[in-house]
Ligand binder design. Structure first.
Ligand code: C2E
Ligand code: MG
Ligand code: MG
Length: 755
């Protein structure tokens, strides 16, 4: 039996929400039917005239109709269903009959058409097929033909015309009903299509906006039968079945994905987390995705389609990883990690609280040059360096102390003491500094490091783990800013917090464009004759709120932020421009420019120096570059190449702060070095400390042996000048001669001292 069209399952409310409006089609035009059937006034008049005769025997025909309905099993089923739904078949037959009898009145206007139309539509709704109506009308017509042929009330001469009019009326009614039936079907299908369209639109809008990726694989044809827009964007190439992003999965993960695919083909839903290779402009670590495969199988369990849902779970993944690590160690160094360190600090404090007079010291240690080495020599070197540092630190601590790696280049130490904590922690800080001051080695390179240490002590500086750790942290920042090896937390001191540090860094970013940098110049004079031999350019930052900021505070940050190259260029160009101006007055005034480690290692340095000389129209003899020993030791080969190129340009090279680093003398001999600048720290105590005096003497001798000029920097007193003169030092720089001065002040100083 044919399935009657089902009632749409979606309630009106839902349809309204999905934005689909039910259509109302134009009514059937009855006139058209009248025209094709040639139904005329004459026909209707005739029918009206004989209506009484034709209506006879209607009751008997009702029975025929009943029988017809229930003799045909298909129709009977529909009738039973109609009754089950609360309908009344008797009523129905009566109304059908009434409709048929109405035809006999010969009405062919639009109101009659509407009635026929309504019946056609309701037949569609109830599942009453037009063909069944055809049967019912055949019976009706047969009944009427009998009447017309035999009824004496109908004039013999009219019989044929009456029969024709009846046939036309029945045709008309059947045709209007069938058209209405068809229209109802079309309307319903159109509604369904619109609803489906709206649903599809909604679905593709959702799929286009959710972060998850979705695609469906047709297993039979091994083709992608659906892919959400995100999938296309993620894969960035033609989608290949069955896993379009397969090429982006990390090599080591692919095996797992293939195994999962095998499982889903065996009709099992599978989920797994997979590491994807980074796309363009993404972090090199790659991202984690959860891939979920859901099979759709036929009744026999054969998988026809597989739906794949993919979701970026990197953040959750790292959270979980972090949780897993909570109880474990730092991967690189094997030390305790931050979480455990906090935990141990809490325990140490709990013990201390129960023991009056007990103290706990917290040290936070940051490695100053770590980032530089890590960036220039690679992560492996960085990791190796961290392990070496951890090894050295571990050696000098007691079993009861806790050493942890807190973050990238940050270490934390907990020292539980009984008494005199401050003195004890200072001793440990001294040992830590000493332990880190000997060079490290990585693949035969010597790497020099320094550190900044911040210290806080329980109970003076805080009662709980969080306060103590954050106070040690800010003391560490203060130590870094002040270039101090270590500092205790001071509640009244200005503690630059991490956020202030960030803000400072942010301001540094625009300083060059805002023209906040300026150069001060400090003269270098011949110690014997007092003649001026050049000037060192020293950078200052005119900070909008903090005033003049000295280079030690911002150069390391500029290096870290990768901003040092444009700053060095600016210093070179400005200093050379200034040198040219002074030289035009008659005295050649070579300038010395300090080059930081980063700048020195950058491959473009020589080219940029050449350009700066060209810009100023000066030759290399107008410029001296100051570097420190540590910079050479990082990569001796590359360092030597840079120095060779510079000396070919005629640029002089000075080793700054000489004596504080770990220069290998045999290397120094091979490098084109022109000047050694004795570090100020040796000169400070030279008068009182014979040891320092001996160091100065030997540096001077060494410099002369290497055919270098020796400059003493930071000379503040005449007595030291005299002693240096006696030792044969060549040049002098220091407050005793002049402080670093802005160019105007320097110009004035120059004209005073030369006249
Ligand atoms: P440096 O190259 O060793 O410069 C000498 C430092 O000693 C200068 O500090 C100078 O002001 C100071 N000084 C000179 N004579 C005396 C003295 O008699 N007594 C005392 N107490 N100090 C004296 P400043 O200007 O603060 O610079 C510090 C360091 O910053 C410089 O040390 C240099 O390493 C770096 N620096 C300065 N300008 C630049 C630059 O343009 N680029 C780079 N990369 N570093 C720079
Ligand atoms: Mg210098
Ligand atoms: Mg110096």
């Amino acid at each position: 039996m044919p399935t009657p069209p089902k009632k749409r399952g979606r309630p009106k409310e839902e349809r309204r929400r999905s934005g689909v409006r039910k259509r109302t089609s134009t009514p059937i035009a009855g006139k058209e039917f009248n025209y094709v059937l040639q139904l005329s006034e004459a026909d209707t008049r005739l029918l009206r005239r004989y209506r009484a005769a034709l209506v006879q025997g209607a009751a008997g025909f009702a029975e025929t109709s009943y029988n017809y309905l229930f003799d045909n099993p298909d129709i009977a089923d529909v009738m039973y269903a109609f009754e089950r739904d609360g309908g009344n078949v008797g009523e129905l037959v009566r109304s059908m009959l009434a409709h048929k009898l109405e035809l006999l009145s010969g009405e062919i206007d639009e109101a009659a058409t509407r009635r026929s139309e309504a019946i056609g539509r309701s037949h569609y709704k109830r599942g009453v097929k037009p063909v069944w109506m055809l049967g019912a009308y055949r019976l009706f017509l047969a009944h009427l033909q009998d009447l017309v042929a035999s009824d004496p009330q109908i004039d013999t001469g009219d019989r044929e015309a009456v029969e024709t009019a009846l046939i036309k009326m029945i045709f008309r009614d059947l045709a209007v009903m069938t058209e209405a039936y068809w229209r109802a079907a079309v309307d319903q299908l159109t509604d369904q299509r619109d609803e489906l369209g709206a649903e599809q639109f909604l679905a593709s809008e959702i799929l286009g906006n959710i972060p998850q990726l979705l695609w469906t694989v047709d297993i039979e044809n091994n083709s992608i039968s659906y892919a959400s827009p995100g999938t296309q964007a993620f894969c960035q190439r033609e989608l290949e079945a069955p896993i379009p992003c397969f090429y982006r999965i990390q090599g080591s993960e692919r095996e797992r994905v293939l195994t999962a695919w095998q499982q889903v083909i065996d009709n099992e839903a599978v989920q797994l987390e997979v590491l994807m290779q980074p796309g363009e402009d993404e972090a090199p670590a790659g991202r984690w995705f959860r891939m979920a495969f859901y099979p759709t199988a036929n009744r026999r369990g054969r998988v026809l389609r597989v739906h794949c849902l993919m979701e970026d779970v990197t953040d959750g993944h790292s959270d979980r990883e972090r949780l897993e690590q909570l109880s474990t160690q730092d991967e690189i160094t094997g030390l305790v990690n931050r979480a455990l360190w906090y935990d141990r600090l809490g325990s140490a404090l709990a013990v201390a609280r129960r023991n009056p007079g007990a103290a706990v010291a917290v040290m936070v240690l940051d490695i100053n040059q770590f980032k530089m080495y890590n960036d220039s020599l690679g992560h492996q070197a960085g990791d190796d360096l961290l392990r070496q540092i951890a090894g050295r630190l571990q050696k000098l601590l007691r079993d009861t102390d806790t050493l942890a790696r807190l973050g990238s280049d940050e270490f934390g130490i907990i020292l539980p003491f009984v008494q005199d904590a401050e003195r004890a922690v200072e001793r440990v800080a001294g040992e830590v500094i000493a332990a880190l001051s000997a060079p490290f080695t990585y693949q035969q390179r010597e790497l020099c490091l320094s550190s900044a240490i911040g210290i806080s002590v329980y109970p003076q500086h805080g009662e709980d783990a969080h306060t103590l750790a954050s106070h040690a942290d800010s003391a560490m920042y203060r130590a870094k800013w002040n270039s101090a090896p270590y500092l205790f937390y001071q509640s009244d001191a200005k503690q630059p917090s991490a956020s202030e540090h960030l803000q400072f860094s942010g301001q540094l970013h625009g300083a060059l464009e805002r023209e906040e940098f300026e150069l001060h110049y400090q003269p270098k004079i011949d110690i014997a004759s007092g003649q001026i031999r050049g000037a060192e350019a020293l950078l200052r930052w005119q900070h909008p709120q903090q005033g003049l900021v000295l280079p030690k505070r911002f150069i390391p940050i500029a290096e870290q932020l990768g901003m040092i190259a444009p700053i060095t260029d600016w210093v070179l160009n400005t200093a050379l421009e200034q040198s040219k101006l002074w030289s035009m007055d008659g005295t050649p005034m070579p300038v010395s420019v300090n080059v930081s480690a980063r700048s020195f290692q950058s491959p473009g340095l020589v080219g940029r120096i050449r350009q700066a000389l060209k810009n100023a129209g000066l030759d290399g003899s107008s410029l001296e570059i100051e570097i420190t020993e540590g910079m050479l030791m990082t990569d001796l080969e590359a360092g030597a190449r840079t120095l060779d190129s510079l000396s070919q340009l005629g640029v002089s090279i000075a080793i700054d702060d000489f004596g504080t680093g770990y220069s290998s003398l045999s290397y120094l001999k091979r490098l084109p070095i022109d000047t050694l600048k004795i570090d100020r720290s040796f000169l400070e105590d030279m008068l009182s400390s014979p040891r320092d005096a001996a160091v100065v003497r030997s540096i001077i001798e060494l410099g002369h042996n290497l055919e270098c000029l020796v400059v003493a920097e930071g000379v503040e007193e005449e007595a030291i000048r005299l002693m240096l003169l006696e030792l044969g030092c060549d040049l002098l720089q220091g407050f005793h001669i002049s402080k670093p001065l802005p160019n105007k002040g320097f110009g004035e100083w120059l004209s005073l001292s030369t006249h």
